[in-house]
Design a protein around this ligand. Structure first.
Ligand code: ADP
Ligand code: MG
Length: 628
């Protein structure tokens, strides 16, 4: 797509990647009530560019300049123009093609996915929720020019686009480009003149970007007077007592790219062996990329106010919802990111901050149960990953965990609550796993536990199947799946005192042997159950087998072929079972009954009968018979 003429290099016109074109179409046509966010995005990019330069300067001192990092915003009402300039790292031609022609960042990618799934009319809210970066400029501009010079080079380029499918890039003379960094010029839409008014723009900057760590200067017209809107002093270096909750929230929003109010704010200075400052937030709502498998965390690492990286694993993966930063006084500035990741200093910081976050959560759980419940609702599924990932903090994490249980109704129960309510002779903490709480609570495997007043944890997050089955215990009490092995409930009387274990009719044993003969291929055993009270049959995993829900999850992700066959348990006191048992062995009805019992148990587990055709035939025969 290159056009060339003989004299000067003509701009090269390129087509946007398909997804960018879609995104831009949305921006250009956005009827958007909160278009102000474009400024936040451009300022954030400018600040990032300044911090990247500061960082690179340590490795490459020749990049150093006398200019202090600064963002300059210039308004021009006559030309209907707004310019955001920075003296940061700048971009080469290749950088521009990559950064401004494709969708590189995962947040924007996630936004696109959400958008594809959104109904008509929902997209405007989504823009505000995600913050779509540079492209948001096209909400307020008919066209955008980006002129940039990469630090350490003597070439400059201009990127231009009207956001309608193509952009162009051409080299520009150095005197037309910033001496250092990037200049973004927005040719504002007719209905966007408010962004050339000084007070309006100042207000927006203060509200959205008041705490970016680079000072921002505003010119109300090209030859106007400079006014400093923010001084770029880092909020986290100030004393806690001097910072208002609003300031924290503003900082959180601009630094974390979140739009809610933090549920928890941690601001402290660690002293002693290592010195560092932490400013961290637990969001109120789920960040969009919470379950992105590549997302390890979003904590920024600074060294003495110099931004180093947001890719260091400052916190373990199960705390990846925490946003904020750590500013270390001890880490050397000239370390590579890889060296930082391996440094024992970072390990010490990780340990300290992790412990602190967990202890703050613990405090919250004791001081404000409702707020903690809201936190747990939002992030519990992530925190639970730590139960099997972080062996050393397992007790702590189990202590923080909250559960829906058969006795808790809609309220959250802790394991402490659970243990306090254990019955005499109860030795294990019982749980059931599955995607649906209601169905779990009404599953046949749970009946015998209900009848004995034994509380069962109803675990519905996929991660539960993993930690619960990992052989751990809480205060010496092992976790035991209600769908695995023998229930061993004989020592615990039922609540109504009937023991539930009225001796089974002598025919029961013979019938069980008969069923084993009929369906023996599909199951590893058939036996009498003490976990059933009102249902006739259920399936459980054998004592040594894998929990059935875990097996289903693994099979669904293609990890392991479904191996061990389940055990079919029959309720020998159930009317249906006793009556089937009383039939002579050669009655066709008896064999149909045996198969239907197995199918019934499969259906109760949310599965299909193994042979649907045979199932339908049997059901038909039995019904016909019943109808006489
Ligand atoms: P993000 O900032 O999350 O990466 P953006 O859409 O805001 O996404 O920006 C895309 C990329 O464009 C940035 O990652 C950066 O590489 C580049 N970029 C944008 N603005 C600037 C700037 N002022 N200076 C240098 N690079 C920039
Ligand atoms: Mg950005």
């Amino acid at each position: 797509m290159t056009e060339t003429t003989l004299d000067a290099p003509a701009p090269e016109t390129r087509v946007f990647e398909a997804d960018v074109a879609r995104l831009l179409h949305l921006m250009v046509h956005a009827v958007y009530s909160d278009r102000d966010v474009f400024l936040r995005e451009l300022i954030a990019n400018a600040a990032d560019a300044c911090e990247k330069l500061r960082y690179e300067t340590h490795a490459n001192p020749s990049l150093a300049s006398d200019d202090l990092p600064r963002i300059t915003i210039t308004l021009d009402a006559d030309q209907r123009r707004l310019t955001v300039a920075d003296n940061g790292i700048g971009m080469t031609e290749a950088d521009m093609i990559e950064a401004l022609g494709t969708i590189a960042r995962s947040g924007t990618r996630a936004f696109m996915d959400k958008l594809a799934a959104a109904k008509d009319g929902e997209s405007p809210q989504l823009i505000g929720q995600f913050g779509v970066g540079f492209y948001s400029a096209f909400m307020v501009a008919d066209s955008v020019d980006v002129t940039s010079r990469r630090a350490g080079t003597d070439q400059a380029h201009r990127w231009s686009s009207d956001g309608l499918g193509t952009y162009s890039i051409a080299p520009v003379a150095l005197d037309e480009a910033p001496a250092q960094g990037t200049r973004v010029v927005l040719h504002l839409k007719e209905d966007a003149t408010q962004y050339t008014e000084r007070f309006a723009v100042e207000r927006i900057i203060r509200a959205q970007s008041g705490h970016v760590p680079v000072p921002i200067t505003l010119f109300d017209k090209p030859d106007g007077e400079a006014g400093e809107v923010t001084d770029g002093s880092a909020l986290w270096t100030r004393a806690k007592a001097d910072i208002t909750p609003e300031e924290y929230t503003d900082f959180y929003r601009s630094a974390a790219g979140q739009f809610d109010v933090p549920a928890l704010t941690l601001h402290y200075r660690a002293e002693g062996k290592h010195e560092y400052t932490v400013l961290a937030f637990v969001p109120e709502s789920r960040p969009f990329d919470l379950f992105d498998p590549d997302r390890s965390g979003r904590m920024k690492l600074y060294v003495r106010r110099v931004f180093i990286t947001d890719e260091a694993e400052v916190l373990p993966r199960y705390l990846r919802f925490v946003r904020g930063l750590v500013d270390s006084a001890d880490l050397p500035l000239n370390m590579s990111r890889e060296m930082i990741q391996q440094s024992p200093l970072l390990a010490a910081i990780t340990k300290g901050v992790t412990n602190r976050v967990l202890s703050e959560l613990d405090k919250l759980s004791q001081s404000d149960a409702d707020k903690y419940a809201a936190f747990w609702d939002t992030f519990g599924a992530v925190l639970k990953e730590g139960i099997y990932e972080d062996y050393g903090r397992r007790e702590t994490l189990l202590g923080l965990a909250r559960f829906r249980t058969t006795s808790g109704g809609d309220s959250w129960r802790s394991l402490e609550d659970y243990v306090a309510g254990m019955r005499d002779n109860q030795t294990a903490i019982y749980y059931a796993t599955g995607p649906d709480r209601e169905r779990l609570a009404s599953s046949p495997q749970i009946e015998g536990f209900f009848a004995r007043g034994l509380e069962v944890l109803l675990l519905t997050d996929p991660v539960d199947s993993f930690w619960a089955a990992s052989g751990i215990d809480y205060e010496g009490k092992p976790f035991k799946s209600v769908t695995q092995g023998l229930a061993d409930l004989g020592l615990i009387p039922t609540l109504d005192g009937t023991e539930g274990m009225a001796p089974a009719a002598p025919e029961a044993d013979a019938f069980i042997a008969f069923v084993r003969q009929c369906v023996g291929d599909a199951v590893s055993d058939v036996r009498a159950s003490d976990r059933l009270t009102t249902s006739a049959a259920c399936l459980v995993a054998s004592e040594s087998g894998m929990d059935r829900q875990l097996e289903r999850l693994l099979a669904a992700s293609g990890q392991t072929p479904r191996g061990a066959k389940p055990v079919l348990e029959l309720n020998p006191r159930h009317d249906l079972v006793t009556r089937l048992a009383a039939l002579p062995d050669d009655a066709a009805l008896k064999a149909d009954g045996a198969h239907l019992l197995l199918d019934e148990a499969r259906i109760a587990d949310g599965e299909l009968p193994e042979d649907i055709r045979a199932f339908a035939d049997r059901l038909g025969r039995v019904l016909t018979k019943a109808l006489g």
